[in-house]
Design a protein around this ligand. Structure first.
Ligand code: SF4
Length: 704
């Protein structure tokens, strides 16, 4: 949607029209929402354009003609270049019959038809041209200008144009040459242009004409096959281009177009991980069914009066959830969509990122950059070096110095920096601007401002958390007590029909009480099977546990007062950080929540979605670190009541946490493999789709 008042600023970049021809939704993402992601193809294309873009744009001044004299063309680099010497000087002048070496450059630069012997050829690179009448602006890779020729571009200069009478032949006849990384299309008559290239070159020809140059054809040079394909603009092409410009303008002011339906184009599209074409189709046709809120009527103990933080009431409710009251049996079970099955939803993204997190855990170090490498030094000694391209996050614990040059580079590379206290409290984040998806934030704010609109989503966050807590207990508890599993099941069902946010908080608190009462049953520090905790009493402590002091009875924090709580606090901090980064990457404001209420410095929306992943990522990483003996008693220190990890202990826990985030799982809805890191990002993207109305309902991430 255009926000500009300057008509010149409203010109559509020709590259965006390429995208529109490829896929209107891709155009919308890039042009309207400002979303762009690099793929291998786009990186290769950008790299290969560097040489072209390094050149100077300089076309000889066009002869003014009737068409060009009208106020249709904007001030262009070409015009300016023609009027001055130095900046706009042509960067290459060759004679028409020069015998160039068969280099790629020569092959491409001599792309136009062979000029007559008396012709002089100028190559102008990176030429900017615009036209208000067309409503388009473009940067042309290369324009081959033939001076003093009686015939240059090989087609009929007097052919009619939809824009009106064609300009008479000017002194210079020009031929745009476009560089492409790939290969030409196999057409019926041999090599042919792709539609996107046809659009791009056609626009360049029209722009050159609008600016007073005689231009009949252009050339695309395909680097992969080192082949040139000529393109002569027909009236039919011109009409198609003008129709496409009008359609793209209309698209930009409307709603986002639907994704393509299982198109092969999506496989090569750099925005597939953002667009989620198959996932969106799947969820648009999903047959999920959740119980209506009225279903809560008559459920035992579920009232409007539940107060968050009232432990006595939560305990009563927790016990109430464990009953066999028939009212619970009458509550319909939620039905979520079946998994997609083979081939229905393609995984169009890598299962996980191939970059890593750099944790800086030593107080007082200096973090700087050396070229494209991040360097961590302590008193002049290098502790670690990581290449910028191998990094997706930098996490700093405690006091450290970081150079502004490094921060600037990290912002440019879109690598966030998170800051934690030595005790593991996540208190800040630095990242580049990257504020795209403005429409997502508008919908987020609107939904958050209306509690009754936010409640259905809040119910699902809490439902997902409790269901996953129950699953973790079933999977890992030495003998999961049936009343606890029953209570968690009822609590999850109650969350789905909670009549108010306060009720939901009470249900969540009651479920947490049940879950953490039995958490110690998942800790398998005992070597002797007879000493396995949890068999008799949930709080029974085996000697080995005592030694490790993992005698976890209940969740405590600020400060954590035992090693397990210290680990849980750190794990939740790391997960909150990762959810904040994911929320920002999707375009949300992480501080405006739909369940968690705003509070200074609290990333409420990140905490909302994090609920589903607490048991699966954070609790699970803690259990792995303890049960696999990754930590020993020596990894903890006690100061007063507070227990914390040593530097060495924290380092070991980072490994356990990152390993869990990288673990690949089968996505419960889409049936493909993804890491937890990717699954979290997916949840935020699905939440955004729900808020913008593209899919009807947000579905929580439930492990099987
Ligand atoms: S993934 Fe497919 S539908 Fe989505 S923008 Fe790309 S080409 Fe279009």
């Amino acid at each position: 949607m255009s926000q500009h008042s300057d008509p010149a600023a409203d010109l559509l970049p020709a590259r965006m029209l390429n995208e529109f021809v490829y896929c209107p939704r891709l155009f919308y993402y890039e042009h309207v929402e400002g979303v762009f992601l690099h793929s291998a193809d786009t990186r290769r294309g950008a790299e290969e354009h560097k040489r072209v873009d390094a050149g100077k744009g300089g076309l000889p001044k066009a002869k003014k003609t009737a068409a060009a004299a009208e106020p249709t063309s904007i001030s262009s680099a070409a015009d300016r270049a023609g009027e001055t010497d130095a900046p706009g000087a042509p960067d290459a002048v060759t004679s028409g019959n020069a015998e160039g070496a068969p280099s790629e450059s020569a092959a491409a630069d001599s792309a136009a038809p062979t000029p007559p012997l008396d012709a002089e050829i100028i190559h102008a690179r990176s030429v900017m041209l615009g036209s208000e009448r067309l409503g388009v602006v473009a940067k042309l890779d290369l324009v081959e200008v033939t001076l003093g020729a009686t015939a240059t571009c090989a087609t009929d200069a007097s052919a009619p144009s939809e824009a009106g009478p064609r300009s008479p032949r000017s002194a210079a006849s020009v031929c745009p040459v476009e560089y492409k990384a790939g290969a030409p299309r196999e057409g019926d008559d041999g090599r042919d242009l792709w539609d996107t290239d046809r659009m791009q070159l056609g626009l360049q020809i029209l722009l050159l004409r609008e600016n007073g140059y005689a231009c009949e054809e252009g050339v695309v040079f395909y680097r992969q096959t080192r082949q040139r394909v000529r393109f002569v603009l027909t009236l039919e092409d011109e009409a198609w281009i003008r129709r496409s410009i009008a359609a793209a303008r209309a698209c930009a002011t409307g709603a986002i177009p639907a994704p393509l339906d299982h198109s092969p184009k999506c496989v090569r599209c750099s925005l597939a991980p953002v667009c989620l074409p198959d996932e969106t189709h799947f969820l648009q046709h999903a047959d999920d069914e959740l119980p209506p809120p009225e279903a809560q009527l008559g459920l035992p103990g579920l009232t409007h009066d539940l107060l968050p933080g009232d432990d006595a009431q939560a305990a009563l409710l927790a016990d109430g959830f464990a009953t066999d009251d028939p009212a619970w049996l009458a509550l319909p079970e939620p039905r979520l969509p079946r998994s997609a099955g083979d081939g229905e939803v393609r995984r169009l993204m890598a299962p996980d990122t191939d970059t890593k997190v750099l944790y800086v855990n030593t107080p007082g170090v200096m973090i700087t950059k050396k070229g494209e490498t991040v360097v961590v030094k302590e008193k002049g000694d290098t502790l670690s070096e990581v290449r910028m391209k191998d990094l997706h996050h930098l996490a700093i614990f405690g006091p450290a110095q970081i150079s502004t040059a490094l921060i600037q580079t990290l912002c440019e590379h879109e690598v966030p920096v998170s800051y934690f206290s030595l005790g593991g409290w996540f208190y800040g984040l630095t990242r580049g601007h990257g504020l795209t998806n403005v429409f997502t934030r508008i919908r987020q704010f609107a939904r958050a401002a209306e509690p009754e609109q936010a409640l259905p989503l809040a119910r699902l966050f809490v439902y997902g958390k409790i269901r996953n807590q129950r699953t973790l207990l079933m999977r890992n508890h030495v003998e999961a007590p049936a009343p606890a599993l029953r209570a968690l099941k009822h609590a999850a069902s109650a969350a789905l029909v909670a009549p108010a946010q306060a009720t939901l908080l009470g249900i969540e608190g009651a479920a947490a009480l049940v879950y953490f009462r039995h958490f110690s049953g998942m800790i398998k520090a005992a070597e002797d099977p007879d000493e396995i905790p949890g068999l008799e009493e949930p709080t029974a402590i085996a000697p080995a546990q005592k030694e490790f002091n993992f005698d976890f009875k209940t969740r405590n924090r600020r400060p954590p007062r035992d090693p397990v709580n210290a680990l849980l606090s750190l794990a939740y901090s790391l997960l909150a950080r990762d959810c904040t980064v994911a929320a920002l990457a999707v375009g949300f404001d992480p501080y405006i929540g739909l369940y968690h209420q705003p509070r200074f410095g609290r990333p409420s929306l990140a905490l909302d979605v994090m609920e589903e992943f607490r048991p699966l990522v954070a609790d699970s990483a803690v259990l792995t670190a303890i049960n696999n003996r990754m930590l020993t008693p020596a990894d903890f220190v006690q100061a007063g009541e507070a227990v914390n990890l040593t530097m060495a202990g924290r380092k070991r826990f980072f490994l356990a946490y990152e390993k869990r985030m990288s673990d690949t799982i089968t996505h419960p809805l889409f049936d493909y493999k993804v890491s937890y890191r990717r699954a979290i990002e997916l949840q935020f993207r699905l939440l955004a789709r729900t808020l913008t109305g593209e899919i009807d309902r947000y579905l929580p991430f439930l492990t099987r």
